[in-house]
Design a binder for this molecule. Structure first.
Ligand SMILES: *[C@@H]1O[C@H](CO)[C@@H](O)[C@H](O)[C@H]1NC(C)=O
Length: 206
C-alpha cells in the first residue's frame, strides 16, 4: 500500500527538483527583474519614423529614486527595440515570454554600452536599420552584470506597454513597387526595341 503512495510523491519531488534546478541554472525571468533604469527615447508618442532614414536618441541612467549602491554590480547596458503588443498580435514569432532566452519582444539590439554611474546618464544615437519591419515599438534597456546576466531593466513605456509607443515604417514595401516599375520599364523597352527593329526592316525591304 505504502509503495503506491510513495512512487507518485517521489516522482513529484523529482519533478519539482528538476523544475527548480532548471529555473535556477536556466534563463532569467523578466518578471523577476527590478525596473531600476530610467530610459527615455527621442520619438514622441505616436511619431512615425522611416526605417533606414530616421534616427532616434536613447538616454538611460539609474532612476534617481533608487538607493545609492543599487548599481554596484552593473557592468553593461543593452538597449533594444521592442514590439508593442499591437504589433505582436497573431505573430508567434514576436511573442512575449517571461524567460528572456525565449522572449521575442525585443529582437533588435540598438547598442550595448558599458554602464556608467549617475550623475552621467548615457545616450546613444541610432539610425533605424533598413530592414526593420513596419510596427509599433518602444525601447527597453537591460542591465547586465559581470557575467552578462540581466539584473535590471528600464523602458520607455509603462508596464502594460501601452504608452509612449512610436511607429516605424519599413521601406521594403517601397522597394517592391520600385522593382515592379523597373520591370515594367524594361519590358516596355524590349517591346519597343522589337517594334522599331521590325519597322526599320520593313522600311528597308520597301
Ligand atoms: C523612477 O522610479 C519611480 C518609483 O518606482 C517611478 O515612479 C518613476 O516613474 C521612475 N522614473 C523613471 C523616469 O522611470
Amino acid at each position: 500500500m505504502a509503495g503506491h503512495f510513495c512512487f507518485p510523491s517521489a516522482a513529484m519531488v523529482l519533478l519539482i527538483f528538476v523544475c527548480f534546478v532548471g529555473r535556477a541554472i536556466g534563463g532569467v525571468y523578466f518578471s523577476t527583474l527590478p525596473r531600476t533604469l530610467a530610459v527615455t527615447a527621442s520619438p514622441k508618442q505616436g511619431q512615425v519614423l522611416m526605417a533606414g532614414v530616421d534616427k532616434l536618441k536613447v538616454s538611460w541612467g539609474l532612476n534617481q529614486t533608487e538607493k545609492e549602491g543599487t548599481d554596484e554590480a552593473y557592468k553593461k547596458v543593452k538597449v533594444k527595440l521592442c514590439y508593442a503588443p499591437v504589433s505582436q498580435q497573431n505573430r508567434g514569432w514576436r511573442k512575449t515570454e517571461d524567460d528572456l532566452k525565449k522572449d521575442k519582444t525585443c529582437q533588435n539590439t540598438i547598442t550595448t554600452q558599458p554602464y556608467t554611474k549617475n550623475p552621467n546618464p548615457s545616450s546613444f544615437e541610432y539610425i533605424l536599420e533598413r530592414d526593420l519591419p513596419s510596427a509599433s515599438y518602444f525601447v527597453r534597456a537591460y542591465v547586465l552584470d559581470g557575467n552578462d546576466k540581466e539584473v535590471g531593466y528600464g523602458q520607455t513605456t509603462d508596464a502594460q506597454k501601452a504608452t509612449n509607443l512610436f511607429q516605424v515604417i519599413s521601406i521594403t514595401g517601397r522597394h517592391a513597387s520600385l522593382d515592379i516599375a523597373a520591370a515594367c520599364f524594361s519590358a516596355f523597352s524590349v517591346v519597343s526595341l522589337i517594334f522599331f527593329f521590325v519597322k526599320e526592316k520593313r522600311k528597308a525591304k520597301k
